[in-house]
Design a protein around this ligand. Sequence first.
Ligand code: ADP
Ligand code: MG
Length: 346
Amino acid sequence: MILRLLTTLNYRNLCDQDMAFEQGIHSISGLNGQGKTNVLEALYLVLTGVVDAGRLQQLVRFEETEAYVRATLERDEGQSIAEVGIGRGKRLMKLDGVRVKSAELLRGGAVFIAPEDSDIVFGSPSVRRKFLDDLLSKISARYAQALDLYQKNLAQRNAALKNDEQWALEVFDAKLAELGTLVMDLRQRAIQKIQKYASEAHTRIGGRGELGVTLQETTSIEGYARDFLLKRSEEFARQSTVIGPHRDDLVLTLRGQPASDFASRGEARTIALALRYAEYELLFERYQENPILLIDDFSAELDPERRTALIELARRSPQALITGTEPLPHAEHHYRMQGGRLERVQ
Ligand SMILES: Nc1ncnc2c1ncn2[C@@H]1O[C@H](COP(=O)(O)OP(=O)(O)O)[C@@H](O)[C@H]1O
Ligand SMILES: [Mg+2]
């Protein structure tokens, strides 16, 4: 898929404008705080719908109440238009003029690579769960739906624990175990592919030592009901659900040791990049369409090996948008971002 035109209205600091793009690598350079990240973020949102719900209203320009983003895309089957309107902390998404739910978006449309990706290695388990949940939601509507229902049921069950409603638990236990089992099953299947693609990419991009990607689960599919009973008193004491996929972790190991404890900063960046490679492969495998590659802050990737790996991935994609403080020599198209306005440099 190729982005032809990106239009934003009242989106953060971006000037209301139509931005035209072509095939190949685009360099978007500019000083800090000019709006480079905002362009990539706007595109990622309109394609995949992925954004932290709590942050939605922050996307609307200060002093305004509503924002709008539109992407005009060229796909194998012809032109497509994706739109998102944001207002009052909510969003409305359309594909080719028809209102769509999250599951019907162009979920395989883009992969976003940013320096913060190292947080997947060093951050708390919630960062790794988010990586996994975002990726799985992109490749499986069933997963997105199961996870959403799981979280709603979890909130209800936690409320019951807080209010000491013993009688309610039996109902919630059964429902939560059913949804949790589905989430766990889909995760277990995906993790094998992620492990395979990520470890291959890790070796190819110069990572030293074997990369391991496994799940650390707080219960098992077979033992879910039993574990609920075993944890009963602990859960009432803590007033929260202590087992299930919302407490599981994605364990990354390098040379058999936990990467979160032992990896160097450079090694962590290579691992994170290998995981993005895996994401790219899984999306391609699922949709048979190359995602648009968005690389934020290329200048932060100082290590020559990782720079080469990023450019290699960008070359594989029919289209890449890469930001940095300096123009990127490898790019076919050059743009400058200044004060929210994107301008082509000849
Ligand atoms: N809702 C908003 N309204 C107006 N400006 C915003 C909004 N959100 C962020 N900004 C501004 O956008 C700028 C940051 O843009 P960003 O894309 O992160 O810059 P860059 O990536 O070029 O360093 C900051 O100056 C910030 O104040
Ligand atoms: Mg930035």
